[in-house]
Ligand binder design. Structure first.
Ligand SMILES: Cc1cc2nc3c(=O)[nH]c(=O)nc-3n(C[C@H](O)[C@H](O)[C@H](O)COP(=O)(O)OP(=O)(O)OC[C@H]3O[C@@H](n4cnc5c(N)ncnc54)[C@H](O)[C@@H]3O)c2cc1C
Length: 263
């Protein structure tokens, strides 16, 4: 674990889609799928990013261009330096013995990618199958197509796969197939529906939440979700834990601390 930011060189950049780039760094601490690092751009800000690639001596983060910070990251070139500390948080609990389904919405697929890699790595010892559902706005925004050949895709505009949401696709799958576990990452409203669906079908679920994280190690309380600090108690929570979190899917806290209720 790196407790203070270390300046590391971006050694490679991969364009995953028109709005997502992956940045690679030569770092070798031990990381678990679902954990995140805090990325620091001096004089700008520090933000959390999940690890989307974990390889021998190399890690990658996939970044969706959204606001000031991610725009600044997207303008970086190979050879530029950025600060990294971590890894932080509780990652996914690997369930390696049965059929599992990974459901990724948008950039949420980044968090599931290393989980799927890890499951594929132990696939000879594993009896079950891994099904991946990926949802994107449009075909061009689908991530990791070459990396994971056999994904079940859905898009908002119908340009690839099923026209609809990951929740629609999962609902249909659950009527035909039993999964021992569903792993999910994406917008919180999607996660809320996935967890509810899994409960209806008696399937265990783990979901990785995205809240506004400031410190990353549980001191500031900014990422609170009904008494759980997403940065150290999560970001991955199981169905039982999520069921006790009344704010899950309903209330978020903005960067200035305001509680916003979603209808
Ligand atoms: C544990 C964790 C892991 C994360 N991993 C990744 C990752 O792997 N890749 C990645 O790209 N991002 C990831 N994020 C989000 C990332 O940390 C930034 O918050 C996000 O990229 C926006 O940063 P920004 O400063 O560019 O945009 P901001 O200026 O903060 O926001 C720009 C616009 O985007 C909107 N926006 C910001 N965040 C969200 C959101 N979560 N959902 C919907 N709209 C939003 C804002 O409302 C605003 O309109 C993660 C967050 C957490 C908590």
């Amino acid at each position: 674990m790196i407790e203070q930011p270390v300046m590391v060189k971006i050694c490679d950049i991969l364009e995953e889609s028109p709005s997502v780039k992956t940045f690679f760094f030569k770092l070798n601490p031990s990381y678990e799928p679902g954990q995140f690092v805090m990325v620091w751009i001096p004089l700008l800000d520090e933000k959390p990013f999940t690890l989307s690639y974990i390889q021998e001596g190399l890690i990658g983060i996939s970044v969706l261009r959204r606001g000031a910070f991610t725009n600044a990251l997207h303008s970086k070139k190979a050879g530029d330096m950025i600060g990294i500390r971590g890894p932080y948080g509780r990652g996914f609990n690997l369930h390696t013995h049965s059929d599992i389904c990974a459901v990724g919405g948008g950039i949420g697929m980044a968090s599931l990618a290393t989980l799927v890699d890890r499951l594929n790595l132990v696939s000879e010892k594993r009896q079950g199958t891994t099904t991946i559902i990926q949802g994107a706005r449009t075909a061009a925004e689908i991530l990791y197509q070459k990396r994971f050949g056999n994904m079940k895709l859905c898009t908002d505009d119908g340009t690839a796969g099923f026209k609809g949401t990951t929740v629609d696709l999962l609902r249909d799958l659950l009527t035909k197939q039993h999964f021992q576990k569903v792993y999910a990452c994406g917008p919180e409203r999607m996660l809320y529906k996935v967890v509810r669906l899994c409960k209806e079908h008696g399937v265990e679920c783990e979901a990785s939440l995205e809240r506004y994280i400031k410190c990353g190690f549980g001191v500031c309380g900014q990422c609170d979700c009904s008494g759980q600090r997403v940065c150290i108690d999560g970001p991955v929570f199981n169905t039982e834990e999520l069921s006790r979190m009344d704010d899950f899917g309903r209330i978020t806290i903005t960067k200035t601390g305001e509680r916003v209720i979603h209808s």
